[in-house]
Ligand binder design. Structure first.
Ligand code: F6P
Length: 539
């Protein structure tokens, strides 16, 4: 069954939201808080170890009611059921979208084309577990009999960002293995990594769903050539493994059949860290921790699938984001984790959110007349407070932000944790309340400086407070944003699971590459032609 297909702006709820927006757009949240002592409680969801306070948003109970009506008008519940039951909701590529199956228990029943995929998922999971244990415990050795010390993940996009983010985020749980990530086709990237490696003790994990990606194959070939300077061809079987759907290409690269970890078409690249694409995660933090990451994501899946929309974290966050994007015309959203461990979180989310929902054609194939995909960006607090917060507080743009924090720190340094949390709480308070002229004057500010020191406030934030950063809570957090992407795609009436927009640049790059070594060139615009000639003259 196809996904529901309707222009959201033509629904009754959208029209109600538009009229309502005209009435409430200038209301200050400060006043909403003053009018209702219960506001924070009304707009907070407590679930498991998550405490999500969305009361610091420019909404009233009426706004929320209309947003929830919108979710019903676009048939969100039916769409969720279609996704979870394995229907071909990635219609443009003719695929199901079932990354949730990868984190479900063995007894679950996820079907693709009528076939339960759980048995094959668990076969691959067993293979990941055994391989991880053999490498971590030193049972599996390199070509000179030494145990492995370093892992190199070679991949790009979804085959890099997820594993790289999770390995970095969960570094507290890491074992003795050092994990490196090579992604960019920039040869300086791979060569800087090579400087740190010993071929005798390095395991190479080539991750590419298609096994055709230029960057990944170039880096894999460079690393293989470097490796073969010290080892012979037979050693490849001990040191190179691959994760892919394209078994023929992997074998053609020279990788042993036993060293191939399969994945499936129904797992999108940017949602694939839960599959064997996460092999470097499992190797880094151990299989049990990897399992806990999956367990957390599964809990969020259940919450998303079963919870009433009014108490459903991904649904509420998605609706709020629609409110700002489509009614306030906010241009971007920030994600600010108050944890240095989540340093790469916004970068990771950029692919998930922008590759999925950066679309301008609706599910009927027609151009869209409203805004879709949000621009996502961010950096950890408190660093970001000293970088771009000025613009959020006093700039001209409205930037809704998600603040993510943990009540406990991992190293139990109370002094630092209290300081970190005081900033975490203070920033959303400051963004809400701002500072009035009267307050600025009361501080003894000279008259001429007063306008510069006034903060309007009324800047929306969500606070996602989690007990502790663990593999399980990280799994929940990532899955939360995955489902938010889904909900927004459904409302915007777009296909979230293809990415045709990245193809044109790839095709042209291949054409230009061939022209570097060829005197005949195809026709380019004069700018590109001049730049091409300039490069050829210099290189
Ligand atoms: O950038 C496009 C893209 O197809 C992403 O969606 C994907 O994650 C990435 O390239 C890598 O693809 P592959 O895993 O096939 O090498």
């Amino acid at each position: 069954m196809a996904l529901p297909n309707m222009n959201p702006t033509e629904t009754t709820s959208w029209k109600k939201l538009q009229q309502h927006f005209d009435k409430v757009k200038d209301v200050h949240m400060k006043d909403l808080f003053a009018q209702d002592e219960e506001r924070a409680n009304k707009f907070t969801i407590k679930w498991d170890d998550f405490y999500v306070d969305y009361s610091k948003n420019r909404i009233t109970e009426e706004t929320l009611a209309y947003l929830l009506e919108l979710a019903n008008d676009v048939k969100l519940k039916e769409a969720i059921n279609s996704q979870f039951s394995g229907e071909t909701i990635n219609q443009t590529e003719g695929r199901s979208v079932l990354h949730m199956a990868l984190r479900a228990p063995q007894s679950a029943d996820f079907k693709v084309d009528g076939k339960n995929v759980m048995p094959e998922i668990f076969d691959v999971k067993k293979k990941i577990e055994k391989f991880t244990n053999d490498i971590v415990n030193g049972h599996r050795k390199g070509y000179t009999g030494k145990t492995f010390t370093d892992i190199v993940n070679i991949g790009i996009g979804g085959s890099d960002l997820g594993p790289a983010m999770v390995v970095d985020t969960l570094q507290y749980y890491k074992n003795h293995l050092t994990t490196h990530f090579v992604s960019n086709v920039d040869g300086d990237h791979v060569n800087e990594v090579i400087k740190k490696l010993n071929p005798e003790t390095t395991l190479f994990v080539i991750v590419s769903k298609t096994f055709t990606t230029q960057e990944t194959l170039s880096n894999a070939n460079t690393l293989k050539s470097w490796f073969l300077k010290s080892a012979n061809d037979e050693a490849i079987a001990k040191h190179f493994v691959a994760v892919s759907t394209n078994i023929d290409n992997v074998k053609a690269f020279g990788i042993d059949e036993d060293n191939i970890f399969p994945m499936w078409d129904w797992v999108g690249g940017r949602f694939s860290l839960w599959s064997a694409v996460g092999l470097s995660i499992s190797l880094s933090i151990g299989y049990n921790n990897f399992e806990n990451l999956l367990k957390g994501a599964h809990k969020m899946d259940e919450h998303f699938k079963n919870e009433d929309f009014s108490n459903n974290i991904p649904v509420i966050l998605a609706l709020l984001s629609i409110w700002y994007n489509n009614f306030f015309k906010a241009e971007s959203e920030a994600v600010i984790p108050y944890s240095q461990y989540l340093n790469q979180f916004a970068t990771y989310l950029q692919q998930g959110i922008m590759e999925s929902n950066g679309k301008s054609i609706d599910r009927d194939g027609n151009p869209i007349g409203y805004q879709t995909g949000t621009i996502i960006w961010g950096e950890p607090g408190t660093n970001s407070q000293h970088a771009f917060f000025q613009l959020i507080h006093q700039g001209t743009k409205l930037i809704p932000a998600d603040f993510i924090g943990f009540t406990q720190s991992l190293h139990n340094n109370k002094d630092h944790q209290d300081k970190l949390m005081s900033n975490f709480l203070a920033q959303t308070e400051a963004l809400l309340n701002g500072k009035t002229k009267e307050q600025v004057l009361a501080e003894g500010t000279p008259d001429q400086l007063v306008p510069f020191k006034v903060f309007d406030g009324n800047k929306p934030t969500n606070t996602i407070f989690i007990d502790k950063l663990t593999p399980e809570s990280l799994g929940k957090l990532i899955a939360l944003y995955e489902h938010k992407i889904f909900v927004q795609g459904i409302i915007w009436n777009i296909f979230s699971y293809d990415q045709f927009g990245v193809e044109l640049g790839k095709q042209l790059a291949n054409k230009i590459l061939s022209e570097f070594s060829n005197s005949t060139t195809s026709k380019h615009d004069s700018s590109t032609q001049n730049l091409l000639n300039y490069y050829k003259g210099k290189s």
